[in-house]
Write a protein that binds this ligand. Structure first.
Ligand code: PBG
Length: 340
């Protein structure tokens, strides 16, 4: 062989070295696969709406609905049967106010749903899945922001922390095993950890949405959760898409405040961030394949422009390959069934 040596990699070159040998058969490809995808890696987000008689389709997310208590139970059973690793609940209350009262009301929509699902599915060491809850105010405030507002219309970081703490305690009391704070207030993990411990829930875990970007990919979710901000946007609290080093700082702070696991969100446009975070931490890393990622694939597939089944698996595999152990995805049940 005359080819020049690059100094790294295999010393042998073509024709001795033939990477295609390991791609010849499905069996070889399976053995050589560096990344796997399993139902246990997937978490299904579910929306439950107060005061509706039948499930309401979400127009921008074909296949996703706002659930009634009954349809929620059915969706949860389906997910459990498919082996989905966890469920994360989002609530759409019938009434909203400035302080987001529904977020910590023991009879609030998510608390009722959590109690119902933990009764139905069973909780504790033998529970067949993990019940999780998004902890934020935007679904509950009439202005649609993730926190309390100052008279000038800014989101008041420190005043909001007490609201998150109360919401987290209400969720834990209702049966949530993992609280997932998504509001991007500074100090939110510490406030929630302290409140959970004080209220007698030291065993309840925190999955922090540590690196959550101010993203247009959340558009369809805001229909599903009816939480588009009434004015302005979330750029003053969510992260700037231009940054990735800042994500590491957010992650470090959340871990110091007591986060048990961290999340990057959205997923596909931020796979570099997923990789950097995964390389940096020794806790589980999750990534959220958000509503806009789902909607883009469904829309293209509905037009016949992409192979829906293949592209879904490819997106999920890419997120796992980037370093996320857990993926939150609206396709969790469907994909889990297919993986069987
Ligand atoms: C906030 C929250 C949002 C999402 C999850 N939690 C919306 C936002 O920040 O505007 C988005 C999820 C998705 O787009 O699928 N409670």
């Amino acid at each position: 062989m005359t080819g020049s040596r690059t100094g790294w990699g295999s010393p042998a070159e073509f024709p001795q070295s033939r990477p295609r040998r390991l791609r010849r058969t499905a069996g070889l490809r399976r053995l050589a696969a560096e990344t796997t995808l399993a139902p246990a890696d997937l978490v299904l987000p579910l929306f439950v709406k107060e005061g509706i008689a039948a499930p309401q389709p979400v127009a921008s997310m074909p296949g996703v609905v706002q659930h009634t208590p009954d349809s929620l139970r059915k969706a949860a059973y389906d997910a459990v049967e498919a082996g989905v690793g966890g469920l994360i609940l989002f609530g759409v209350p019938a009434a909203k106010d400035a302080r987001g009262s529904g977020a910590d009301d023991p009879d609030g929509v998510v608390q009722v749903a959590l109690r119902d699902l933990s009764d139905e599915l069973g909780s504790g060491p033998n529970s067949p899945t993990v019940l999780m809850s998004d902890c934020c105010l935007d679904e509950y405030t009439d202005h649609g922001h993730c926190g309390l507002l100052t008279p000038a219309g800014e989101v008041d970081n420190d005043a909001t922390l007490e609201r998150y703490a109360a919401a987290a305690v209400a969720q834990a009391a209702a049966g949530s095993e993992v609280i997932a704070p998504s509001g991007m207030m500074d100090g939110q993990v510490a406030a929630i950890r302290g409140a959970l411990d004080q209220a007698g829930f030291p065993q309840v875990a925190i999955l922090a949405y540590s690196a959550k970007y101010a993203s247009a990919f959340y558009g369809p979710f805001r229909d599903a959760a009816e939480c588009a901000p009434a004015f302005g946007d979330r750029a003053a609290y969510q992260q700037d898409p231009a940054n990735s080093t800042e994500a590491l700082r957010e992650v470090r702070l959340d871990l110091a405040e007591g986060a048990d696991a961290v999340m990057v969100k959205p997923a596909m446009a931020y796979l570099d961030v997923v990789r950097r975070v995964a390389d940096e931490v020794d806790v589980p890393v999750a990534a959220y394949q958000v509503s806009g990622e789902y909607a883009m694939v469904e829309a293209a597939a509905a037009n016949g422009w992409v192979d829906r089944e293949r592209i879904i698996l490819e997106t999920l595999l890419s997120i796992r390959r980037a370093g996320a152990g857990t993926v939150l995805t609206y396709w969790a049940t469907e994909v889990s069934r297919r993986l069987h």
